[in-house]
Ligand binder design. Sequence first.
Ligand code: SF4
Length: 430
Amino acid sequence: MEILTKLQILSDAAKYDVSCSSSGSTRKNSKGGLGNAAVSGICHSWSEDGRCISLFKILFSNECIYNCAYCSSKITNDVRRATFTPEEVVSLTMNFYKRNYIEGLFLSSAVYKSPDYTMELLIKTVQMLRENKFNGYIHLKGIPGADNTLINRAGLYVDRMSVNIELPSEASLQALAPQKKKESIIKPMSLIKNGIIQNKEEKMNYRKTPSFLPAGQTTQLIVGASPEPDLNILKLSEGLYKRFTMKRVYYSAYIPVFESSTLPSIQTKPPLLREHRLYQADWLLRFYGFNADELLNSNNPNFDLELDPKCFWALENIHIFPLEVNKADYTELIRVPGIGIRSAMKIVTARRMSKLDYEDLKKLGVVLKRAKYFITCKGKYYGGISINPISIKQVLLDRPESYSTQLSIFDMFPDSLVRKEASSNITGEF
Ligand code: SF4
């Protein structure tokens, strides 16, 4: 088969894998080498449906021996099949890189012949790239079930590796991807984590120790193919961050392409907004000090799709608001909708000089459109409505017609000009 035909098939098949982004890896070019990897070295771009397309993103093979129900590469699906050779991937990558078309490689693969066989081919490819002095960023997919030594070897050539968790529970894994075992996913994750820690220690003693996965590991899971609520998904992510020092968990909205009794119907829309809410909540876990159990619970196991997770949490915990901006500590401030990490830091610094009022907050860049319902400044509340979750939700969603506060007769008229005229009609004044 022509290499270009293979490229067509295998770059198309790779679009379902979202577990890649740049970069977090810094490596200077060596003498006679080709390019650098830099922390900001891989530019991000996103396709219309939100997939990352910044790297040269391909599958090594889509000839899979497994039969995961949700996957277009599964053995029972009738699609065009192809497998690259390591030489072909190296040649394509080097050529694209030299032409500045790409800034790195994301190489994934179906399970071709066996997990070990596939992993051997992937290692051969990345090893050849490095031997050819390719210094760019490489993100490699770890094949679940591959031998530990292979996972360890691969880590010496690439910047980042991802072993995809795929589904949020063991039961769903059994139902939809029965050939993959939880163990075969968790084990390499743990191996990678230990390898990274060990490598850091060795580097402290011997500066020339080769780097092992300098950009860490990530994983991906599919949202909406199985019945787990957001609470289970978020708790799983929390565990992954804590146990495996995961750099990122990627959430991929399930796109129904197969009619199957084990999957949502083919008419089901991909839960893209749900995916977005999970990314927002994930951000709160990683940078805002939230726990999964604070954001959701058994009474509310799913996010309200209308509200971002921080607003959702604030309305569920309205009893702790309003917070006085001149007194609340940093960890409280970052939990206020509309106050991010940067503005919380600015508030804490600025109020050392003098107490802040509402106008000061505007200057500091606080998003008062949201924050004003949850704070007081010098004891004064600027929300203008009663502090209850229903009223605040309505105004946040910009639904003035259903405000639960008393309507003014003038509010029935849309703009000030009409209002003026209406006023005169009602009062009889001109
Ligand atoms: S192992 Fe990967 S490529 Fe193969 S069917 Fe499962 S998800 Fe698809």
